[in-house]
Design a protein around this ligand. Sequence first.
Ligand code: NDP
Ligand code: 8X3
Length: 286
Amino acid sequence: MHVKSPLEPAAFSLPNLRNPDPLNCLLSPPAAINTAMNVLITGASAGFGRAIAQRLVKAGHTVFATARRKDKLDALAAELGAKLMTFELDVRDRNASAALVQEIERSHGPIHALVNNAGLALGLGPAHQSSLDEWDTMIDTNIKGLVYMTHAVLPAMVERNHGWIVNLGSVAGTYPYPGGNVYGATKAFVHQFTLNLKSDLVGKKVRVTSIEPGLCGGTEFSVTRFGGDADKAANVYQGTEPITADDIAETVSWILSLPDHVNINTIEMMPTCQAPGAFAIARNAS
Ligand code: NDP
Ligand code: 8X3
């Protein structure tokens, strides 16, 4: 069953991907989207979340943009118009997360897709010199916030037998690097939680994906990681051509355009200038 938003008429037709008409394929826009949907994005005030919101509104979807900084969300709403609705939300607040999902579904109809994007890294020091408060914040945001939002939307998606949950993981969840300690571990959780959801959802038309990018520039990620030190953050990208937020937005848009029988479990993406590193070996260590 394909569910349409109660707000919108079908703005796009579902492409016939099983028996494509070759001429039609050539003439169709490359990013044909299913019918217009309601999409909730966490962390939409900056970076990936903001770009995803822009991309999906342009594709005809209605976006519920959430984050803590209401002024940034308001600026995005001024740019994108009535298809973007803004809601102040700290995903670490379990009750607020559940209440917001209920309120949106009551007043605007089903949430067809959730993009669990809100997240952060704090610090790049070795574990034995790290701040426990920063570890708590990463765990509370990247793991618990994502779990709260997922728990809030999932039962209704299963009931409707339709939906998407798109999680922002990271290559840091697969490949260890010095200073990645808790940040990388939170993203390993995102990877495994996504796959475990897939197991529970087998046979359902509720799709779950973990997008796991590497070096991405042009967002606030590194500025946040380095406590607001913009110069230190800029050094991370010196001489590189990183992935951009628009690349991530395009990927999310593609995932949401796929027919009901297709689930993308995991997407790992790196810029061409990046690759996983070699094992570290300390020689003559005391
Ligand atoms: P940004 O720092 O640019 O944006 C992070 C977003 O998360 C902001 O909108 C911020 O909004 C929001 N956020 C942070 N904490 C909370 C919270 N407690 N409640 C609600 N929203 C919150 O980062 P990116 O866009 O680069 O990263 C987005 C996601 O992608 C993160 O999960 C990150 O770990 C992941 N990622 C990033 C990579 C990169 O290199 N940039 C690579 C791989 C993964 P506000 O402060 O207004 O609440
Ligand atoms: C962000 C990518 O390599 O800084 O998740 O951890 S990395």
